[in-house]
Unconditional design. Structure first.
Length: 163
C-alpha cells in the first residue's frame, strides 16, 4: 500500500497519484512550481519526496530531460517558422525566448548528466545494434560477391590481388 502524507489523506489521494500527475506536468512544462500546482501539492512536498526517494528523484530528472527536449524543439521551431499565430490577435500566444534560453542554460548540466546515465544503461543495446549492422553489411557483401561471381564479374579487390 502506498504511503500517504497528511495532506494526501485529507484529499483522499495516495502519494503515487500526485507523483504521476506531477511528473507528467513537469515533463510538459519543465516548471517545478507549476507542476506541483497542477498535481495539487505544495512545492515543498515534491522537493522533500525527491530528497527522500531516489527512485522518485530519478523519475524527476527523466521528466525534466523530456521537458527540456520539448522546450528545445519548441525554440527551434519558433526560430525556423516564427511565433504561433492563430489568425486572431487573441489567439496568439506570447513566448519569452530569453527566459526559455536561460532555463535551458541553467539546467543544461543536470540534463546532460541524466542523459549520460540513460546512455550508460543502453550500452548493451547499442553494441548489439552495431553488431547487427556489421553482420548485415557482411551478408550484403557476401551476396554481392556471389552475384558478381555468378555473372562473371570480378570485384576490384580480386583484380588488385591478381595484379
Amino acid at each position: 500500500m502506498a504511503k500517504q502524507t497528511p495532506g494526501d489523506a485529507a484529499r483522499g489521494r495516495t502519494i503515487h497519484v500526485w507523483r504521476d500527475a506531477f511528473l507528467a506536468a513537469l515533463a510538459e512544462s519543465s516548471n517545478v512550481s507549476a507542476a506541483a500546482r497542477k498535481a495539487g501539492v505544495p512545492t515543498s512536498t515534491v522537493y522533500s519526496a525527491r530528497r527522500e526517494d531516489a527512485a522518485f528523484a530519478n523519475l524527476w530528472f527523466e521528466a525534466l530531460c523530456e521537458g527540456y527536449d520539448n522546450l528545445e524543439m519548441d525554440l527551434l521551431r519558433r526560430l525556423r517558422v516564427g511565433e504561433l499565430d492563430g489568425g486572431k490577435a487573441k489567439a496568439r500566444r506570447k513566448f519569452d525566448n530569453a527566459i526559455a534560453f536561460r532555463l535551458l542554460t541553467t539546467h543544461r548540466e543536470a540534463v546532460s548528466r541524466q542523459k549520460a546515465l540513460r546512455a550508460d544503461d543502453d550500452e548493451d543495446a547499442i553494441l548489439a545494434s552495431i553488431n547487427a549492422k556489421l553482420d548485415a553489411m557482411r551478408a550484403r557483401e557476401k551476396a554481392a560477391t556471389a552475384l558478381a561471381a555468378e555473372n562473371g564479374v570480378y570485384s576490384v579487390n580480386d583484380a588488385d590481388a591478381a595484379g
